[in-house]
Design a protein around this ligand. Structure first.
Ligand code: SAM
Length: 259
């Protein structure tokens, strides 16, 4: 399994740090191209919680606005992401590694993980930290990329995107936390309350949106020249009405009560 402490984990760690330093808020901007409200969907099961809610890998903290009445704290390793969150008035924020959370045992009532479980490494350590800081019986809601199956309208558009990038597929450090997130949590003793799939439609209506799409993808093996070429290729493909499906999965799970 990729994670800090092995070469692949280290490579991802460096890549993610540079990626988010150069492109803060890019995930929020990408999901903002969609017709859905993915952050509202994610936050919904946490709204009844009095908090505190820990937003794990909060980035620019888009979920903060979805949980206005809840005590909330955002944690992220990227100073640039947190600066974007702070500029939008989304606080309190803590710069820290998800694998070493600066929070007391059993100090949060819920955890919100928006598009982050698939990138937080080493995942086993991160989940142990979540299980340490979350109160027994506490809830975690996680939003992760889902499998393209069953296929949906517009899926062939991804073939065009991937061809432009000369890459066979998208990848993440923790692929097991995408489609298999519910299975992963169950295997650790969590009770899965729901595991739902929703397909967003990203609007790629003009060259700027095509460029944002290319810049928002994790492509550790793709050089700057290829990214620019893909942006140019997709600029001519973008047009009003062009929609690219983005399948996501929302998993809501409960940590067991203390024995
Ligand atoms: C895909 S972005 C999601 C950001 C935000 N939750 C959103 O939905 O817009 C993943 C985030 O995880 C953060 N991250 C990656 N590795 C981390 C780590 N080890 N500890 C804390 N944050 C980390 C990145 O800085 C980035 O902000």
């Amino acid at each position: 399994m990729p994670g800090a402490g092995n070469a692949d984990g280290y490579r991802w760690e460096r890549y993610l740090a540079d990626f988010h330093a150069e492109r803060p808020a890019v995930t929020e901007r990408l999901l903002g191209l969609s017709d859905g409200r993915p952050y509202s969907w994610l936050a919904e099961p946490l709204c009844p919680s009095p908090g505190p809610v820990l937003d794990l890998g909060c980035g620019s903290a888009p979920t903060r606005a979805e949980l206005p009445a809840v005590r909330w704290v955002g944690v992220d390793a990227s100073g640039s992401e947190l600066a974007c969150a702070a500029a939008a008035g989304r606080r309190p924020l803590v710069r820290a590694d998800a694998a070493a959370l600066p929070l007391a045992d059993r100090s949060v009532a819920a955890v919100c993980a928006a598009m982050s479980l698939q990138v937080l490494t080493p995942l086993d350590t991160v989940l142990r930290e979540v299980e340490r800081v979350l109160r027994p019986g506490g809830t975690m809601a996680a939003l992760v990329p889902a499998s393209p199956f069953p296929p949906t309208r517009g899926l062939l558009g991804w073939a065009r995107v991937l061809y432009s990038l000369r890459t066979p597929r998208l990848s993440w450090p923790n692929p097991q936390a995408c489609e298999g997130a519910a299975r992963l949590l169950r295997s650790r003793g969590w009770t899965v309350l729901s595991d739902e799939r929703r397909v967003l439609r990203l609007s790629v209506s003009d060259p700027d949106r095509a460029s944002l799409l290319v810049r928002a993808l994790y492509l550790p093996d793709t050089g700057a020249g290829r990214l620019e070429a893909a942006e140019r290729a997709l600029a001519s493909w973008a047009r009003p009405g062009r929609l690219l499906p983005l399948p996501l999965r929302r998993v809501v799970a409960r940590l067991p009560e203390a024995p």
